[in-house]
Design a binder for this molecule. Structure first.
Ligand SMILES: [Zn+2]
Length: 280
């Protein structure tokens, strides 16, 4: 059973170029239509204490109180109100994956959120927050596999500042970005994943912005993105490595083009882990 953690409270209008704050609702509406048998659960909001597992307390309080700008560069109360739910979905998916093998948070992972600052549409680093929570609950090593177009600088910053050496982080943008590298990249994924062999959970950012037509990306075709996701899911199954995955970037217009990429990730997830069929 593939659990998806969604609630309307995680959605906001961030008045931004990035559609990410409103995207969970659109992604889930698309999945509900195409994959009606998937299991949807409401996540609990992350507490301030949980947000502080990845961030400076003054930064957390400042953003939640509307004093410090969020990752979209504004102080909109509705964005602040949604933040505990987006991180809450990451926590819930991480816990569920450890229990059942696979789970989904239909939110961005917020990999540009640093220890005491946001940026690049990212406010609180849900990847680190989720990793910290399950680590405190007993997971000794947690992997973060970041296949967004952009480097997870916030993730790296927090790992360094808090000395989280039990996290194994790999961000593809460090090594790959050209269409000419695409085939080599996909062929390299099984080996890349060996670094997570001793992890008890993998957090996977299935970014949609590497798509060749994305205005902020541009190196993988639709089929190559599917192959990327298929390879990750199949390797996880073979390695018995629990996986919690999330969305991340995607800036094509209209949004339907981005939703199609996220639909494909779900299709590949179902093919690897599910035992039911989607409707056409
Ligand atoms: Zn990105």
């Amino acid at each position: 059973m593939i659990e998806i953690f969604y609630c309307d409270q995680m959605v906001a209008n961030a008045q931004s170029f990035s559609p990410s704050a409103g995207k969970p609702r659109e992604v889930v509406a698309s999945w509900r239509k195409r994959f009606p048998v998937l299991d949807y659960c409401e996540p609990a909001p992350a507490t301030v204490e949980e947000l502080c597992l990845a961030h400076d307390r003054g930064y957390v309080r400042g953003v939640m109180g509307g004093i410090i700008a969020n990752g979209f560069g504004n102080r909109l109360p509705e964005v602040a109100a949604a933040l505990p739910y987006t991180s809450g979905a990451m926590i819930a998916a991480a816990r569920a994956a450890i229990q059942s093998g696979v789970a989904v948070a239909p939110v961005s992972g917020f990999h540009h959120a640093c220890y005491e600052s946001g940026g690049g549409y990212c406010t609180f680093n849900g990847l680190i927050i989720a990793a910290q929570v399950v680590h405190r609950e007993g997971a000794k090593r947690v992997g973060i596999l970041d296949f967004d177009m952009h480097y997870g600088n916030g993730t790296t910053d927090i790992i360094k500042q808090l000395d989280l050496n039990w996290i194994e982080h790999y961000s593809a943008a460090a090594d790959w970005e050209e269409p000419e590298q695409a085939e080599r990249f996909i062929a390299a994924i099984p080996n890349l994943m060996q670094r997570f062999a001793d992890c008890e959970l993998l957090l996977y950012q299935a970014g949609a912005d590497p798509h060749i037509n994305d205005p902020l990306g541009g190196w993988l075709t639709t089929e190559q993105l599917r192959l990327r996701d298929r390879t990750v899911f199949e390797r996880c199954r073979q390695m018995s490595l629990p996986i919690a995955w999330n969305l991340a970037g995607g800036y094509q217009n209209p949004l339907r083009r981005v939703l199609d990429i996220h639909d494909n990730t779900m299709l590949e997830c179902i093919a690897a882990f599910g035992d039911f069929r989607s409707t056409p």
